[in-house]
Design a protein around this ligand. Sequence first.
Ligand code: C5P
Length: 239
Amino acid sequence: MERGEKLYEGKAKVLFATEDPNLLIQYFKDDATAFNGVKKGTIADKGVLNNLISTRLFTILEAVGIPTHLEERLSDREQLVHRVNILPVEVVVRNLVAGSMAKRLGMEEGTPLPRPVVEFYHKSDELDDPMVTVDHIEVFGWAKEREIEEMMEYAHRINDVLIAYFANIDIRLVDYKLEFGRLATNPSELVLADEISPDSCRLWDLHTNEKLDKDRFRRDLGGVEEAYQQVVERMGLKR
Ligand code: C5P
């Protein structure tokens, strides 16, 4: 499948048209941003590593019945994906207190949560993605009631699968962000879209709590590429 016109360029990925109006190419860049684009940099080969990681995770989720936008991985940096209309809502799932939750609630990072917590944020660069409630999502029309229920149900199912998958390779799944979209060919079908990678997850070594994710870039901890590479290796993926 050949890359056509560039449709959208985000902070970490680019979407291209293909000859099929319902299929797009998602291209993974090495660009890294944090704090809503305030901090910028590149992480060598991040695009290649995230493509490998996200393809494997989406394939695992598809296999357990979570519908996703992924059709196939095409090359080092490219995936063929179904065209979707992304809902302007980010779904964050947390298993331990970290990041903005630790800051907002004045809690220590790493504090366990008695059960997973799902949060919703409105996708808006101008507003810095504010946290919103289910009521906000509904009254402002960002998603329908049925879709909110579906996102919540998928989030819990995805969490069960991913916690177990990562635990098996000695990684603690601390938190992560999911995005969902309506299939262009069937807008009543909601599918998991975007990516799941160390850019969008907090992944800690199960034994040492060493960070294996984008926090190494956000917090200037060094060893960013090595951390992403470590995730690839533990997942048994080859470049
Ligand atoms: O910053 P915060 O603690 O709310 O992030 C929670 C999780 O969601 C982290 O794993 C982070 O990488 C991810 N996230 C993301 N994109 C955003 C916001 C959060 O991938 N825009």
